[in-house]
Design a protein around this ligand. Structure first.
Ligand SMILES: Nc1ncnc2c1ncn2[C@@H]1O[C@H](COP(=O)(O)OP(=O)(O)OP(=O)(O)O)[C@@H](O)[C@H]1O
Ligand SMILES: [Mg+2]
Length: 224
């Protein structure tokens, strides 16, 4: 526990990038983190198992809806936190992953259509919460921002005007995020590192993420 699902109806908004960035930062902090890739393309799973330099991050891949409904709570109980990456275009596995989440993070890239799609994703999570009769907190993460541009100011204002629950944290357009998918680890210095740190800190303030060094309650029980 808890489960953080990263989702958006639109493809290519940075779901996998945010998933691996958050998961690897938590891993580096000594948190017992699981990364569950529910996208049949398994990009995040491949990154975690083939590219990532750390040895403690546990990665899983499951896109079958029925299996996922059983696996998600099992993995949530096994780890101090479970980060769940999803495929775009509103597939069933993503719906299960959102319905089982303690928080849903929706990355959104600059563009009029992107803000509209993010609004639909937020609305869908709110609908799932209503159906499940429990709160499912949802936040929007602005991604690929070019700092100090009119476009960025406009997009952020548009999100606010549309009532999107936007995080203070955001990610810039930075080559290091692109490079991350080909390399062994998260950038440790520079803009990207600071941004991911700020993102993790804000998610922690929301109590979506456990404290540094957190191990799962199951493991604590075993140790006791
Ligand atoms: N902040 C960023 N700066 C530069 N490149 C980025 C940034 N965020 C994402 N990208 C790049 O954009 C592409 C899409 O990102 P990513 O794969 O994370 O999106 P996604 O939402 O997981 O896509 P899909 O819907 O296909 O799963 C990738 O090539 C990634 O490296
Ligand atoms: Mg992806």
């Amino acid at each position: 526990m808890p489960v953080l699902t990263i989702a958006s109806r639109k493809g290519g908004t940075g779901k996998s990038t945010a998933s691996v960035a958050i998961a690897s930062m938590l891993d580096a902090e000594g948190v017992d983190v699981g990364l569950l890739d529910t996208d049949p393309n398994q990009g995040a799973y491949r990154w975690a198992t083939q590219k990532y330099g750390g040895t403690t991050l546990k990665a899983y891949a499951e896109s079958d809806t029925e299996k996922l409904a059983d696996l998600l709570p099992t993995l949530a109980a096994r780890h101090a936190v479970l980060i769940v990456d999803t495929a775009g275009f509103g597939n069933q596995a993503a719906t299960v992953a959102m319905a089982g989440a303690d928080g849903v993070l929706v990355p959104v890239t600059p563009g009029e259509g992107d803000v509209v799609e993010a609004g639909r994703t937020v609305g869908f999570v709110e609908g799932l919460a209503k159906m499940a009769r429990r709160p499912i907190p949802v936040r929007v993460l602005p991604n690929r921002l070019r700092r100090s541009t009119t476009l960025t100011k406009h997009v952020l204002a548009e999100m606010d005007a549309n009532g999107l629950p936007r995080l203070k944290a955001s990610l810039s357009e930075a080559v290091s995020y692109g490079e991350m998918s080909f390399s062994a680890a998260l950038p440790r210095t520079g803009t990207a590192a600071g941004e991911v740190e700020a993102l993790v800190a804000e998610l922690r303030e929301l109590r979506w993420l456990p404290e540094k060094g957190a191990t799962s309650s199951l493991r604590k029980e075993v140790k006791a």
